[in-house]
Ligand binder design. Sequence first.
Ligand code: ATP
Length: 258
Amino acid sequence: MPILQVRDITKVYEGKVTNRAINQLSFDVQKGEFIAIMGPSGSGKTTLLNLISTIDKPTSGEIIFNYIKPQNLNKTDLAFFRRRQLGFVFQDFNLLPMLTVEENIILPLTLDQQPVEVMEERLKRLAQKLNLTSILYKRPNEISGGQAQRVAIARALIHEPAIILADEPTGNLDSNNSREVLELLSKINQERQATIVMVTHDPIAASFCDRVLFIKDGEYFNEINRDDRRQTFFQRILNVLSLLGGGQVGDLSSIRLP
Ligand SMILES: Nc1ncnc2c1ncn2[C@@H]1O[C@H](COP(=O)(O)OP(=O)(O)OP(=O)(O)O)[C@@H](O)[C@H]1O
């Protein structure tokens, strides 16, 4: 049984001009998978992530998490579902500036009114794992971008969600920090069997995943699975991107991955 089933979803934005951003898209995500979603600008990636994250509702079709259909939940149950089942990592980190690193990380548990002992135990474990112990009492403006994204990842993990949704998590990081964050996501995926769905423009970031799903004009275009070597997976991602168009694949094809 897949942890996430996307079944024939369509999203139409109504306005002066009607825009079909997602058109009859279906795919499954298995528990413990690390999947990237790629596609040219305007292909519907953010729309898709908003639908999966229940921020928006599909015009038709359905999204099923385990056995739960969020579209059928009332507002209170939906808010509870989102808080319990989903973890979010954004491009611009989305940390609250007036809270310390520690307060930011435990925020999902605070909102859930979890006992202090649970918070302390999980915080300690995660801070050690993500190398954040020395900055727990700093505020977001006192830490680096790479550290801020590690804090955001800790916040996304602390309530042990069923799925982590990441929207361009390395979009604001330099290459070293990007690599560190991707290695961290990979490690979390392997060690905790965490399921991660990541939208990215970056073929290097996508090469850390098990599978890449490509969409074009809101429709399924192709998907490829990782093989033994990340370098060959990366080259295969570039091949599909060059078929998709809209990128600078030529500049990247000579890159050797570290
Ligand atoms: N709120 C909205 N109202 C109307 N149209 C929208 C809205 N949001 C997105 N669109 C349109 O839907 C299509 C898909 O947009 P979306 O932002 O999902 O693409 P994307 O793949 O995430 O693009 P990018 O890579 O540039 O961020 C585009 O044509 C966009 O103009």
